[in-house]
Each structure stands twice: as structure tokens, then as C-alpha cells.
Ligand binder design. Structure first.
Ligand SMILES: Cc1cc2nc3c(=O)[nH]c(=O)nc-3n(C[C@H](O)[C@H](O)[C@H](O)COP(=O)(O)O)c2cc1C
Length: 366
């Protein structure tokens, strides 16, 4: 039986030769939003991992939409030039197609890098004021965000459009919106963080309104051939929070707005939420979203082994899988999965002679 994981898939005009995607991973190593040499090393490595698509980390659409001072942005000409340099390099060095995750951190902005504590920036660390759907902090000790006005919503929506236009100019094959992990769009969707009484709060339709306006505006700006998707929330893992039914509603709304795919993630809406720790914990939600909406569906979260990833795709639970920590642990995860599943994977020309098919019967030396 040919491998399902190593079968091709088409998203809009984007042809992928397998179903393995490198999930977006913040590196906290940008300078005023601009990618650095770290990104050449990091994304250069991952673009040769055997995954068919690498999604660049949460890339923020305005300076104050960044999580930390080290987060990536796409809000200036300098940001655009710096990211283009990295992406041009990955095209020369790697085999993967390249996507970017556009984001706004909302009430989770203005925090320290994880290795500096990960808490809210203190007065001597150049903090900035945050915004959100309601004046509710992420957790105890966190900044209270300012409730967004109509002008704020217009500005942020236009910032998403401008960043998408920059991403198109850079030449990305896929663009995805970050609508999960408690950041701005998700905080509008979840009843735990959105207590508005205007037409942007209350019912699921109202809570989805601002994310939908962003999605529709970005859709207008992105040519149809580029795959356009979103990472969405499968569950808040808290009583009274978002559930799989909300994920179906969100995915249907995005499908109606002309989106090509969704990625099911979960958690992160408030400081007291905890994700499950079981393998593939988002898979059952992805399966339901895929079945109930028919949109191409990816999922993420403790997908670690080739066999596990193969079963998810072969059993029709998701169309694609995304990996974060496992592919950092093994930057040739896709090569090793191909070997385990008897499939072929593209390798950079410089590494072609390392294909196991060229050393049949030869055991790995100690
Ligand atoms: C270092 C690191 C940075 C991350 N940054 C992002 C990010 O920029 N955007 C995002 O949506 N998720 C981010 N995540 C979450 C991952 O994309 C992924 O959803 C999560 O780690 C679960 O997948 P895994 O079990 O394969 O690691 C990050 C995870 C890690 C470990």
C-alpha cells in the first residue's frame, strides 16, 4: 500500500508532494520585527526536513501586536526585506514550499521571551499597552487590555491586509491567519475573553464577526493561487469556553469566505487553561471539522511518530499533519518517516547521495 502521508495534495494553486507540514514556531530572535541570521539557520534547516510545507512563525501585523520584543513582524519595509532574504535563501537551499502565519497577539502581547521568564514586561523592559475584545486580563498579574474601539478594529484589519500584501510580494506559497492560542482573533471568538455587548460580542456569529472581517479583507488581497488558511481553536479546554462545535462554525465561516484550509489547534485562551498531553490530542476535533465542513483540514499537537502520522491521514482524520517539537528534535523527520513508510522524499541536491536507496543492504555504522 502506498503511503497516505507521502501522497500529494493540492491547496488552491499550491501542489504539495506530501502531507507533512512544519508548524509555525516563534523564535523570539527578530530585531524590531526583522528576521535575522538565526532564521536563515532555523528555516534553512527546516526547509530541508522532508516536510512539503514550512510555516514561518507568528509574524505580527503591527509592532504592538508582537508577543515579545523578539517576535517577527511584517509591518515595515525593513521587516519585508529581512524576511524576503530568508525566504529567498530557503528556496535556494531547501525543498519545502513556504508559508507564513500572520498574527496579532492582542491581550497576550508585551511579554518577556520564554527564556527571560515569559511573564508580562516590567516597567523597565519597555512594555506597551495591549488591546483586546474586552478589558479582561489573560491572567493574574497580566496587563488589563484596552477594549478595542471601531477605529482599532479598522486599523488592525488594514494591518492584516498590508502584511498579507507584503507576504504576497515576498513570494510565499501559503498564508495563514493565527486565530488560535488566545491571541487577538481567538480572544474575540471565545466567550471567556469576549464580554462585549455590541455586535462583536454575545452570539457565536457576533464573536466571529471581527475575525471574519479580517479573513474577508485578507481574502481580497491574496491571489487565488496562493493557499490561504487559518489556524483555529478546536477547544478552550475550559468550562464555558470554545468547543468542537465552535470549531466547525469557524471553519464553515472561513470556507464561505473563500479559505482553502484550516489547521486545528487548541488552548491558550487564559492562564488557567491546560492542553491535554495525550498523543494527537486535537485529532478527534480535526476529524469532526473535516467531516462536517469538507474543508481541507490539518491538525497539530503531539504528533510524533511516522506510524501515527500515517494513520491520521490514511484513516481520513485529517488531510495534513503539522509537527513542531518533533521536527526540531529530528530536523530530518520527513526523511526518516519516508524510510519507515517505504516512501520517497525530496532531498536538497547537495544531500542526494545520502538517500538510503543508494546504499541498499548496508546497515548504519556505529
Ligand atoms: C518553540 C515553539 C514556538 C511556537 N510558536 C508558535 C507560533 O508562532 N504560532 C503558533 O500557532 N504556534 C506556535 N507554537 C505551537 C506549535 O506550532 C504547535 O502547535 C505545538 O507545539 C503542538 O505541536 P507539537 O506537539 O508538534 O509540538 C510553538 C511551539 C513551540 C514549541
Amino acid at each position: 500500500m502506498p503511503s497516505a502521508l507521502f501522497s500529494p495534495i493540492k491547496l488552491a494553486g499550491l501542489e504539495l508532494d506530501n502531507r507533512i507540514v512544519v508548524a509555525p514556531m516563534c523564535q523570539y530572535s527578530s530585531l524590531d520585527g526583522c528576521a535575522t541570521d538565526w532564521h536563515i539557520a532555523h528555516l534553512g534547516m527546516l526547509s530541508g526536513s522532508g516536510a512539503s510545507l514550512v510555516i514561518v512563525e507568528a509574524t505580527h501585523v503591527e509592532r504592538h501586536g508582537r508577543i515579545t520584543h523578539g517576535c517577527m513582524g511584517l509591518y515595515s519595509d525593513d521587516c519585508e526585506a529581512a524576511l524576503k532574504r530568508v525566504i529567498d535563501f530557503c528556496r535556494r537551499a531547501g525543498t519545502a514550499k513556504l508559508g507564513v502565519q500572520l498574527a496579532h497577539a492582542g491581550r497576550k502581547a508585551s511579554v518577556q521571551r520564554p527564556w527571560q521568564g515569559g511573564g508580562p514586561l516590567t516597567a523597565d523592559e519597555d512594555p506597551w499597552a495591549t488591546i483586546g475584545p474586552s478589558a479582561l486580563p489573560f491572567g493574574p498579574g497580566w496587563q488589563v487590555p484596552r477594549e478595542m474601539t471601531a477605529d482599532d478594529m479598522t486599523r488592525v484589519r488594514e494591518a492584516f491586509v498590508k502584511a498579507a500584501e507584503r507576504a504576497v510580494r515576498i513570494g510565499f506559497d501559503a498564508i495563514e491567519l493565527h486565530m488560535a492560542h488566545g491571541y487577538l482573533a481567538h480572544s474575540f471568538m471565545s466567550p471567556l475573553s469576549n464580554r462585549r455587548t455590541d455586535r462583536y460580542g454575545g452570539t457565536p456569529e457576533n464573536r466571529m464577526r471581527f475575525p471574519r472581517e479580517i479573513a474577508e479583507a485578507v481574502r481580497q488581497a491574496v491571489p487565488r493561487a496562493i493557499a490561504l488558511g487559518a489556524r483555529i481553536t478546536g477547544s478552550d479546554w475550559l468550562d464555558g469556553g470554545m468547543t468542537a462545535a465552535d470549531a466547525v462554525f469557524c471553519a464553515n465561516t472561513l470556507k464561505d469566505s473563500g479559505f482553502d484550509y484550516v489547521d486545528i489547534s487548541s488552548g491558550g485562551v487564559s492562564a488557567d487553561s491546560r492542553n491535554p498531553t495525550s498523543p494527537g490530542y486535537n485529532v478527534p476535533i480535526a476529524e469532526r471539522v473535516r467531516r462536517d465542513t469538507g474543508i481541507a483540514t490539518r491538525t497539530v499537537g503531539l504528533i510524533v511518530t511516522a506510524k501515527q502520522a500515517e494513520a491520521i491521514v490514511a484513516d481520513g482524520k485529517a488531510d495534513m499533519v503539522a509537527l513542531a517539537r518533533a521536527v526540531i528534535d529530528d530536523p530530518h523527520w520527513g526523511w526518516h518517516a519516508a524510510r519507515a513508510l517505504g516512501a520517497e522524499v525530496r532531498r536538497p541536491n547537495q544531500y542526494l547521495r545520502s538517500s538510503p536507496s543508494l546504499w541498499p543492504g548496508v546497515a548504519m555504522r556505529d
